[in-house]
Design a protein around this ligand. Structure first.
Ligand SMILES: Cc1cc2nc3c(=O)[nH]c(=O)nc-3n(C[C@H](O)[C@H](O)[C@H](O)COP(=O)(O)O)c2cc1C
Length: 215
C-alpha cells in the first residue's frame, strides 16, 4: 500500500491550503493509499542548525537529521513514504517560514556534498500546493512562476518527481466588511471560492490520485 503524507505549512486549519491538501489526500485514499496530514504549526521544531552530523564520514553514511524535536518522527515517516505533498500560503512572495524550516530539515539530510547530482534520497513523488491572494495575471510582475519552478526543480533534483498546483485570489476572510481590506472585492472572492476554488479542489483530488498511483 502506498503511503502519502501531506505537510501543511499554513497556520489556518479548515482554510484554503488545508482544504486543497485534504482533497489531495482524499484522492490518494480513493486509489487505496494510506494517508496522513501533518500540521507544521502544531509542532515545535527548528530549521536546520547546520550541525553537519548528517554529513559525517561514517559507513553507512548517516544522511539523516540527528536533531531531536517534534519533526524527528515526521522525518522518519517521510523517509519511508512514497509521496509527499507540501502546501503553503504565499507570505510575502515565499512559502511560510514554517514550511521553509521544514524543507531545510527534510532536504539537507539528503544533500550530497560529494556529488550534488546524486542526492542520498530515495525516489518519491512530490508536489507543492500554493494558495495566494495574487491574481494569475500578476505572475510576470511578481515572479511566482519562477518561484514555483525553483521549488519544483529543487524537489525533482532530490526525489526525481515534483508537480505544482496553485490557487489564486483565494478567500482570505469570511466577511470582508469587517476588515480594512478595501483593495479586494469580498463578493467576487466568494463567487470565486464557490466556482474556481471548487475546480482547484478537483485538481487537488486528481493530483492525489496521480501521486498515489503505481507509476
Ligand atoms: C503574512 C501574510 C503575507 C501574505 N503575503 C502574500 C503575498 O505576498 N502574496 C499573495 O498573493 N498573498 C499573500 N498573502 C495572502 C495569503 O497567501 C492567502 O490568503 C492564502 O490563501 C492564505 O492561505 P490559508 O487560507 O491556507 O491560510 C499573505 C497573507 C499573510 C497572512
Amino acid at each position: 500500500m502506498k503511503k502519502v503524507i501531506a505537510i501543511n505549512g499554513s497556520p489556518r486549519k479548515g482554510w484554503n491550503t488545508d482544504t486543497l491538501l485534504k482533497k489531495a489526500l482524499e484522492g490518494a485514499a480513493s486509489v487505496g493509499a494510506e494517508t496522513e496530514m501533518v500540521y507544521l504549526y502544531d509542532l515545535k521544531f527548528r530549521g536546520c542548525v547546520s550541525c553537519m552530523a548528517c554529513k559525517l564520514r561514517k559507513e553507512p553514511r548517516p544522511c539523516r537529521c540527528i536533531q531531536r524535536d517534534d519533526l524527528t518522527a515526521v522525518l522518519d515517516r517521510l523517509h519511508e513514504a512514497d509521496a509527499v505533498i507540501m502546501g503553503s500560503p504565499i507570505y510575502f512572495s515565499e512559502v511560510t517560514g514554517e514550511l521553509r524550516s521544514f524543507l531545510e530539515r527534510f532536504l539537507f539530510q539528503y544533500l550530497n556534498y560529494d556529488d550534488y547530482s546524486k542526492p542520498l534520497s530515495s525516489p518519491k513523488k512530490t508536489a507543492m500546493v500554493y494558495t495566494m491572494n495574487c491574481p494569475e495575471e500578476w505572475f510576470p510582475k511578481v515572479g511566482y512562476h519562477e518561484l514555483f519552478q525553483r521549488y519544483e526543480n529543487m524537489l525533482k533534483r532530490f526525489f526525481g518527481h515534483c508537480e505544482t498546483l496553485y490557487s489564486t485570489e483565494t478567500l482570505q476572510v469570511k466577511d470582508y466588511s469587517r476588515y480594512h481590506i478595501a483593495s479586494m472585492d469580498g463578493d467576487a472572492r466568494k463567487v470565486r471560492h464557490e466556482t474556481v476554488f471548487t475546480q482547484d479542489c478537483q485538481k487537488a483530488f486528481e493530483l492525489g490520485v496521480r501521486l498515489a498511483s503505481k507509476q
